[in-house]
Every structure is written in structure tokens, then in C-alpha cells.
Design a protein around this ligand. Sequence first.
Ligand SMILES: Nc1ncnc2c1ncn2[C@@H]1O[C@H](COP(=O)(O)OP(=O)(O)O)[C@@H](O)[C@H]1O
Ligand SMILES: CC(=O)OP(=O)(O)O
Ligand SMILES: [Mg+2]
Length: 401
Amino acid sequence: MSRHVVTLNAGSSSIKFALFELNGGEPVALAIGLVEMLADTRRLKVSNGAGATIHEDAWRDVADASFHTDALRRILAWRSGAFPTANVVAAGHRVVHGGVRYDAPVLVTDEVLRELEALIPLAPLHQPHNIAGILAAREAWPHVRQVACFDTAFHRAHPFVNDVFALPRKFYDEGVRRYGFHGLSYQYVIEKLRTIAPLYAAGRVVVAHLGNGASMCAIRDGHSIGSSMGFTALDGLPMGTRCGQLDPGVVLYLMQEKKLSAEAIADLLYRESGLKGLSGLSHDMRVLEASDTTEARQAIEYFVFRIRRELGGLAAVLEGIDAVVFCGGIGEHAWRVREGVLEGMEWIGVELDRSANLESRQVISSERSRVRVFVIPTNEEAMIARQTTDVLDRESAAAAA
Ligand SMILES: Nc1ncnc2c1ncn2[C@@H]1O[C@H](COP(=O)(O)OP(=O)(O)O)[C@@H](O)[C@H]1O
Ligand SMILES: CC(=O)OP(=O)(O)O
Ligand SMILES: [Mg+2]
């Protein structure tokens, strides 16, 4: 009898999910779906493994706060209806924060859940939804194993200087560290690069994961050695609604002079800043690119400017670069953003092939470019399925021993 794994990836403004069949080799995707939170509607779309749409639905009247629970209910109902005989043996979950302890995927136990709940304040946009997904899957399938796959795990071997803030030492010891996120995406992308261009994958690579959340990572010989995100998923690049790098003095000013509460500041930095705050229009790059307001243009300019700064910084950390990879919704599709980032970057060894970039081809650098630039669609679902299968295999091996 074949076995199946469901993956759940609850992001800040969307839930991605998939159903994989396990047959000994790489897990095979039977269905991949997305529930999106758009301005005044919610949309569910499911494709088969070949990319053809197999189900669509749209609805209104759901408050933002109940988006994730409502979406999960619909996903689980759709799965039971569309694949009633699937033999689901595990659910794999993207969990954004694994703290100091989790440097590899784990089977979820009550103790693990308690530890993940304690990390909610460090990732308020994600961790509660990740945990809600685990609880919903547990309820739907009480006998199915739940596996947590961490965004932070890929970065846990950072050298000390990329793991620390210059605060009194005791804060580092109690876990105030530069964790880095989007690790499932980085691991998927670097493994994909290994199949496309192994020599580059073994070299010095900067990956820009530009989605609704955005970060960049310096990877040497397949290992993360630095990332733009820090203690929380607020640091580094500006994002859809998050501020990115900020002088901590601004937070003090907001508290002391503007008398904002901690909750109001959290709301401002996580939900009202970034592209949305700067443009006054939207968190969505597609909307900003279609707009002709000065504010929308300046929001994109600032986004591009910070990516360029980070690229220079991470290249210095790596002592030079061999490849740059773009991924995430913006990285994969927004050619204007990529062009803005790579314009005038010949000094770092990048020469863009404009027409390849316009078509979002796999390689967008010119033949002459010393640094090769790739566009690689990320697939966090495939990485979750792979890690979940690894945990199941580890469990069976341990049980057999
Ligand atoms: N064709 C496109 N052109 C420009 N931006 C795009 C395009 N498609 C998606 N995006 C942008 O990608 C972002 C969402 O990225 P994604 O990785 O799907 O997000 P999430 O972090 O929620 O998983 C949004 O800002 C969206 O506007
Ligand atoms: C960590 C993070 O920012 O995730 P997302 O891109 O899903 O918002
Ligand atoms: Mg994302």
C-alpha cells in the first residue's frame, strides 16, 4: 500500500500545502495548493504535480484574524474529498522558529509543542499559525505523525560573529541570537543548484529569497554562514509589511516620545511597515509595479537599495562570490526588481543578460559575466516532504534496531 505525506506551510499572508506520495525515492507531489489572503477575498487554488489546476474556490467575509484557521479547515476538507483513499502517514509542517535547540527536523511531541509555543513572541506573524497547523492536523488525523521542519535549522552552524549581537554576553547565552530564517527555501535552492551547476553550488553563493517575507543568505560549500535576518523575521530587508533593518533608537523614540505600547510597536513594525508602509498603498509587489504614484516607486527603490547593500555585505563575508540566486515570488517573477539590483554591479563581477532577465530564464547573467546569476523557483513543500520522510525513515530504523 502506498504512503502519503501532507505538508503545510503557513506563511504570513498565505498557506501553501501539498500532498506527496512516498515510493522509496524522492517524494512525488500529487497536489500542490495555495490559499491566499487578497485585499477583500480569499482564494484557494490546487494544481496537480504537472501544474494543471484541479480545484479552485474563492470566498469573502473572513476577518484577517481567522484567515489561517478558516483556510486550514477548507484545505483538510478538500483533501478528504479529492483523495479519500490517500494513506496519510505523516504531516510535515514548516515551523519558522526552532530556537537554539532545533537544528534538524523532529517528530512533534507535547514537549516539542510546548517549546515551540514558547518561541511565539520571536515570530508572531508565523509561529502561532505553524502551531495551529500542527494542532489542526493532529485533530484531523489523531494517529498520524506530525513532523516539524525548521526555517532556522539551516543557519544554526553560523560562525559566532554572524550569530551574535553586541549586547552583554548573558543575552547571547539565553538565546538572543541572529537565527536567520527561510532555511527550508535556502536548502532546497542550494540542492537544486547542485543539480543544475554543481561547481557553482560548491562555491560562494548569495541567495536572495524575495517573497512577502524577504531575506538573503551567504552560502559557502552548501552551508549558511550569514543571513540578513536576525533574532526575529523583522531584520534585514524591508518586506511586504515588515520594516527590515532599523536603528534600535527608533524603537526607543516610539516608546519614550510617542508613548506607543509594546503591542502598538509590534503591530507597526510587523504589519504596517515595509512596502505597505512606505507606499501607503499595498504590501504586494504586483500592485506597486502597476501603480504610478511616487510613493509606490520609492517603496520599490528602497527595497532594491537594501538588497544591493546586503549583496555587497554578504559578498564581503564570503570574500567574493561565484553565483547569485533569486527565488521567492518577487525573486522569481519581478524582473524589474532583479534588474534594479544587478544594474551597475559589474564591479562585483555580475553582467546581466537583459533579455534573459525579462523572460525570467534560469540563467540571467551574460556569457561574459564572471558571476553567474540564476533564477530558481523555490519549493519549501518539497523540502518539508523530504525532511519529513527522513524523520520517518530514522524512526523506523531506530525501531528496527
Ligand atoms: N509576476 C509577479 N511580478 C511581481 N511580483 C510578483 C509576481 N508574482 C508574485 N509576486 C510577488 O511575490 C510576493 C509574494 O511572494 P511569495 O514567495 O509567494 O510570498 P510568501 O512569503 O507569502 O510565501 C508578493 O509581493 C507578490 O506581489
Ligand atoms: C520567515 C518569513 O519571513 O517567512 P515568510 O516569507 O513566509 O513570511
Ligand atoms: Mg514565504
